[in-house]
Design a binder for this molecule. Structure first.
Ligand code: NDP
Length: 480
């Protein structure tokens, strides 16, 4: 079994304590995939020193040189698409077609970020006083800590690393413990692309290691994606030192179906957006809010599309839905199904795991649909992060919007309707960072992405807003 290392100051190095842990294939947990460093405080320290030392060298690389490295990286991602997609599927579980899409998407985001390096322009201003030139410049924030989750082991790190580097920062990446292999691969591609030593440092370790990293005053920017609980903890920890922070957190994304003429297409879009990645996406549609008079019909269409899902090992080309990422995640999902039954929701499909012995046969869970779910219930309000879709019936549009806004989250929302007035109301009233009309929750490689309420804080990622996350504005007055 391969033993992987941290990447610090341009070298692949073992953890100071010499300890490693194994990762496993969630479709076949007895299959160990590799050994990865269990980094401790001395490794965090070395990574920080490396990132700090490299600041000047990297910032002195002119923007077009930084762009060229990131463009090479984007091309290397495309060149190794098949190999990297296989790694994603092995360690995360998702279907191979989804993993391939993830790598392609990461390459597109890296290419966009490369362009941002040469678009780091400030603004000029006319002065109220004669003889003055007034303008702003964008400067790197310094050392950036990028902490990423397991659901998108390639796109999530790339979404942070590429724009942070483009803006002239040095980066320490702490990937999720469950999916460090993808992070190792990405780092090796950046090394091949010609990144100077120390500009990117890979630190593999636990959440504790992540906490130690973000607590260090040498870190001047933090970009975190993961649970709202950890996001809030990070925000509290760093509040006293005013570190720049970008948090992408959980969601409970509604699909409102109201006065909709094409329920079949709506159901198809909803099922795709709810069950991709086995529902383990922050932007997954995770509740359907439907006009009572259309609910029975919509339910039939949802069941038709649900029946087309093929759960199985992600490496099998027939598979459209892989396993859950871990035993823990499977227990969380099963717990929500139990809660739903206790709260008298009506289970209409799935509701159980698909293997007798998950430890040998994988953490597979059936695509699950509940109807007649109370808007106050845990199923309707909490992020489940699994293949469970609750349907909530409402009497009018006003109630639909109230229910949509009744959770702590505000990441993404969809509306399926032909009613233009409703579309306008939806765009205005729904508390959500991203809204979609007549399609499921999706994103593109150059368009801002983020949430409001407990779904996020700081500048949106992807697109031109990344500059707000990874640069500081400096205002210049010159008297000539
Ligand atoms: P976490 O939020 O715990 O983990 C995300 C990342 O943060 C991982 O790299 C993790 O490391 C790290 N981390 C954990 N604790 C700390 C800390 N105190 N300080 C700094 N970094 C830390 O997500 P989980 O993987 O535990 O998933 C739990 C739930 O979070 C899911 O069920 C889901 O509801 C939600 N989630 C949401 C995601 C999203 O995209 N919005 C993504 C993933 C999860 P390590 O992996 O080593 O623990």
């Amino acid at each position: 079994m391969a033993r992987h290392q941290n990447y610090i100051a341009g070298r692949w190095v073992p953890p100071a304590g010499g300890e490693y842990y194994e990762t496993h294939n969630p479709a076949c947990p007895s299959q160990a995939l590799g050994e990865f460093p269990r980094s401790g405080p001395p490794d965090v320290d070395t990574a920080l020193a490396s990132a700090q030392n490299a600041r000047e060298i990297w910032d002195q690389n002119q923007a077009p040189q930084r762009a060229a490295i990131l463009l090479r990286f984007s091309q290397l991602l495309l060149d190794s698409k098949d190999e990297l997609a296989r790694i994603i599927t092995l360690e995360q579980g998702k279907a191979l077609c989804e993993s391939t899409g993830e790598v392609t998407r990461a390459a597109a985001e890296a290419a966009f970020a490369a362009g941002e390096a040469v678009r780091l322009s400030g603004q000029t201003f006319p002065s109220e006083r004669p003889g003055f030139s007034c303008y702003t410049v964008l400067q790197p924030v310094g050392v950036v800590a990028a902490i990423t989750p397991w659901n998108f082991p390639v796109v999530s790190p790339v979404r942070k690393i590429a724009p942070a580097l483009a803006c002239g920062n040095t980066v320490i990446l702490k990937p999720a413990s469950l999916t460090p292999w993808s992070a190792t691969f990405i780092t090796s591609l950046l090394e091949k692309a010609g990144l100077p030593p120390g500009a990117l440092n890979l630190l593999i370790g636990s959440g504790e290691c992540g906490e130690r990293l973000i607590s260090d005053t040498r870190v001047r920017g933090i970009s975190f994606t993961g649970s709202t609980a950890v996001g809030i903890r990070i925000a509290e920890k760093v509040a006293a030192r005013m570190t720049k922070i970008q948090l992408e957190l959980g969601g409970k994304n509604p699909a409102i179906v109201f006065q909709c003429d094409d329920l079949d297409t709506a159901a198809q879009e909803i099922v795709a957006a709810a069950f991709l990645c086995s529902g383990q996406r922050c932007t997954a549609l995770s509740r359907v809010i439907v006009q009572a008079s259309q609910a029975d019909q919509l339910r039939e269409h949802l069941l038709t599309h649900l029946a087309k899902i093929r759960a199985g090992n992600g490496l099998d080309p027939q598979t459209t839905m892989g396993p859950l990422v871990s035993r823990e995640q499977m227990e969380i999902v099963a717990g929500y199904v139990r809660k739903g039954l206790e709260e008298d929701a009506k289970l209409v499909a799935g509701g159980k795991r698909l293997t007798e012995n998950p430890e040998t046969d994988g953490y597979f869970f059936a695509p699950t649909l509940f109807d007649h779910v109370s808007p106050q219930s845990a199923l309707a309000r909490e992020e489940i992060f699994g293949p469970v879709l609750p349907m909530i019936r409402v009497k009018d549009a006003q109630e639909a919007f109230e229910v949509a806004n009744s959770t702590r989250y505000g990441l993404a929302a969809s509306l399926f309707t032909e009613n233009l007035h409703l579309i306008n109301q939806f765009i205005q009233k729904v508390e959500s960072g991203m809204v979609h009309v007549n399609h499921g929750t999706a994103s593109q490689a150059h368009i801002p992405f983020g949430g409001v309420k407990d779904s996020g804080q700081g500048a949106f990622s992807i697109g031109p807003t990344v500059k707000d996350a990874f640069t500081n504005v400096k205002t210049v007055y010159i008297k000539c």
